[in-house]
Design a protein. Structure first.
Length: 246
């Protein structure tokens, strides 16, 4: 199975929503295969289906002053912050394409596994916490419950959207704007703080792509752009510009 990889740099959140919509329709129609989008966002707060507005601690006026957008979206989970230095991933997968077909919980567990392995690539032990979706750091062999990656997905017609936010080198003070994921008694952290030496964003992107390929048993192909991906899907004679990333 092929996993298309789009590395898009920094993208406004509204544009990323439209990108996901196009990809979901293309995957559902069978025009393209499973696709992983990796990018960063300008500062933005997103509220999932289960979010409480009370978990945004800053006023609307302060958010506007800081240039922080707020979006209510259809993923699971509560309120999440995205911003520069955070690797955001949108796996647009057809769960019906896997044998056996993946369920929602298995899909989320595999995302966690890919991110746990990526942390391991940089010498950072991490783990799951029962009842709390995401990836958490370890200290002394036990879970320290500092969250390094948040996960929230949406699944419709068997196609996934939204995904994960992996703290690589963000300004963690921005998380003070919210109660992250509605969890008030646990801190957030980053690879920059936890890994020695701190990895560069490019190295983390490559690691995450590689581990997604391994966990989902796919060959990862890096694609230049969404237009290139859709053009080649609609015209098989179009010269391929993708190259193997692994």
């Amino acid at each position: 199975m092929i996993l298309n990889l789009l590395n898009l740099g920094r993208v406004p959140y509204s544009e990323a929503l439209e990108l996901q919509r196009q990809l979901v329709e293309a995957v559902y129609a069978g025009r393209i295969g499973n696709t992983l989008v990796l990018l960063e966002h300008p500062p933005v707060l997103t509220l999932g289906r289960n979010a409480s507005r009370a978990n945004i601690l800053a006023s609307d006026e302060f958010l506007a002053y800081r240039g922080v957008e707020v979006h209510e979206i259809n993923r699971g989970g509560d309120v999440t912050y995205h911003g520069p230095g955070q690797l955001v991933g949108y796996p647009i997968f057809d769960l019906r394409a896997f044998t056996p077909r993946l369920g929602a919980v298995d899909f989320v567990r595999r995302i966690e596994e890919a991110l746990i392995r990526a942390c391991g690539d940089f010498g950072l032990p991490t783990a799951r916490v029962p009842g709390r979706t995401g990836v958490w750091t370890l200290a002394g062999g036990t879970v320290s419950e500092r969250k390094i990656a948040a996960i929230g997905v949406h699944i419709a017609r068997g196609i996934t959207s939204h995904g994960f936010a992996f703290n690589v080198e963000p300004d963690l003070r921005d998380f003070e704007l919210i109660v992250p994921c509605g969890i008030a008694d646990r801190a957030v952290t980053s690879l920059e703080l936890e890994a020695d030496p701190p990895p560069a964003m490019e190295a983390v992107r490559n690691s995450v792509a590689r581990q997604f390929g391994r966990v989902f048993n796919c060959q990862v192909l890096s694609i230049d752009s969404l237009d290139d991906l859709l053009r080649r899907a609609d015209d098989p004679a179009e010269p391929a510009t993708a190259h193997a990333d692994l």
